[in-house]
Ligand binder design. Structure first.
Ligand SMILES: [Zn+2]
Length: 65
């Protein structure tokens, strides 16, 4: 598994599937989306953020000891 930089997430362009994208706006038309710019095909698109810590499901670990 790769290690991601905190707060930085690479998204693939839905048009050309390139990863040469950069976030241009923290929020898109909806709170749960961010606006990205594709440097490959020079398109602007929105991607859903999956950065909500509340969405994380904590796995239950059995207590040892
Ligand atoms: Zn693209």
């Amino acid at each position: 598994m790769g290690v991601w930089e905190s707060g930085s997430k690479q998204v693939a362009c839905p048009f050309c599937d390139s990863s040469e994208t950069e976030m241009i706006a923290l929020f898109g038309q909806q709170m749960m989306t961010s606006q990205y710019y594709c440097r490959n095909c020079r398109s602007v698109f929105e991607a859903v953020k999956w950065d909500d810590p509340k969405a994380k499901v904590e796995s239950e670990k059995p207590k040892d000891g």
